[in-house]
Design a protein around this ligand. Structure first.
Ligand code: 5CA
Ligand code: ZN
Length: 406
């Protein structure tokens, strides 16, 4: 499906930094070290409601990585999926008496508009589950040929024990896996399964639900094989980065990695980077709880998307954090201060500040520290000014290229 429009990134002086980030699978901060073309897969939306601040925060984390790689001279092949057929989408469409495809199309467009407003660079490819059904079926067939599947009634399951490294992404114990599987779309209690954790690979047609003919019979793909298929088919094995929110570590990323291991070998990804969960009113912001702050609603209220962007970047990705009105108010003040400092004809030199800005991002994507560097430059401008005619321009280009703020 269509991605969204790209924009030209301003050129910066050469920046010689290697991006490090916390890798869930090894539990360490490590250099991501992609080649000259970085390959990144990030789990996309399930389009049954508008983009909330939590989603936006997740996509901004990967946008920061994307921008950093581009600014340090790499090209980035970035693929994102859209789960445009799945239980929650079908349930919402049924609840509201609307056509599920129309609901998905509407929400996907709203998502694109939000991403453009937030200046999130587009993925090279945005691929929906529906348009990749045949490819997913082919992958299910390939898993079946590898003896990694079995049937329960007419449904095809993936047997987790067929992947030698199953567990290596999340490192959870059996109990925790069982609990999370139950909460997040699994069916540990279904009779006939060989391992309670085994996920659905291909679901036979159900009354009133969409189904497609395929080489593995009629039905539709399960959630994990959707992402494993899209990532492997577009980016190949051993991608540089698999991303998504922390809520996807188990079962989603564990299962996708296990299926990919059987399909194309280990590792599926060289690093797993997970975004924190944004909470609101004391709980994780989630469509099922309804405690949502929508990007589109803030925009309609006239909030500058760049202030939303700064509010999200002001938080460390290493800890879950709560959204608040105060964060947005602080971001609006910061934006005004930056813009005032940048609009002067001369200012302090920005050469060192830009190096420090890049160093902060390279250091485990420390965006709060990166913002503090710009704050420092802006304070210097306000208190003492400066006579470098290139200062404000260089700072603007760096903020634009690395932080996506204009
Ligand atoms: N379509 C699947 C991924 S294949 C999915 O999880 N869709 S989603 O719409 O529920 O979430 C989209 C992205 O936002 C995912 O990466 C998810 O991990 C992330 N996300 C969901 N809720 C939050 C939250 N409260 N805070 C931060 N990120 C979140
Ligand atoms: Zn996914």
């Amino acid at each position: 499906m269509r991605s969204w429009p790209s924009e030209t990134l301003p050129r910066l002086p050469d920046l010689d930094y290697e991006l490090t980030a916390f890798d869930t699978a090894t539990g360490t901060i490590k250099a991501l070290n992609p080649g000259s073309e970085a390959r990144m897969y990030v789990c996309g939306i399930t389009p049954y409601d508008a983009t909330h601040i939590g989603h936006a925060s997740t996509y901004l984390l990967f946008d920061t990585i994307h921008r950093f790689w581009r600014a340090t001279g790499r090209s980035v092949r970035y693929v994102q999926n859209v789960t445009d057929v799945d239980d929650p989408l079908l349930e919402r469409a049924a609840r509201d008496g609307v056509d599920w495809q129309q609901l998905a199309a509407f929400e996907i467009q709203r998502f694109r508009d939000d991403m453009v407003a937030l200046r999130v660079l587009p993925p090279t490819e945005l691929l929906g589950a529906v348009e990749t059904i045949d490819r997913a079926a082919a992958r299910v067939g390939q898993l079946r040929d590898a003896d990694a599947t079995y049937m329960v009634d007419d449904d095809v399951y993936f047997h987790v024990e067929s992947a030698a490294r199953f567990g290596s992404v999340s490192h959870l114990d059996e109990d925790a896996m069982r609990r999370l599987s139950e909460q997040r779309g699994g069916d540990p209690h279904r009779p006939g399964k060989r391992n309670v954790l085994d996920p659905l690979l291909w679901q036979a047609p159900r009354e009133g639900e969409p189904a497609w003919d395929s080489e593995v019979g009629p039905g539709r793909p399960g959630w994990h094989i959707e992402c494993a298929t899209i990532a492997l088919d577009t980016l190949g094995p051993a991608i540089d980065l698999q991303g998504g929110g922390r809520d996807l570590i188990f079962p989603h990323h564990e299962m996708s990695a296990a299926q990919a291991e059987v399909l194309e070998g280990w590792p599926f990804a060289r690093a797993y980077v997970h975004a924190p969960m944004v909470s609101f009113q004391g709980e994780k912001m989630s469509k099922s709880l309804g405690n949502l702050v929508f990007v589109s609603v803030l925009r309609e209220q006239g909030v500058d998307p760049m202030a939303i962007r700064l509010a999200l970047l002001s938080q460390s990705y290493r800890e879950d954090w709560p959204w608040s009105e105060q964060l947005l108010a602080d971001a609006q003040d910061r934006l005004a201060t930056w813009r005032a400092a940048l609009s002067q004809p001369t200012g302090p030199s920005a050469v060192n500040a830009v190096e420090q800005l890049a160093a902060a991002i390279a250091d485990d994507i420390n965006t709060p520290a990166a913002l503090a560097v710009v704050d420092g430059w802006a304070t210097e401008q306000r208190l003492r000014g400066g006579d470098d005619p290139g200062g404000p321009g260089l700072m603007s280009r760096a903020i634009d290229a690395l932080l996506g703020v204009v």
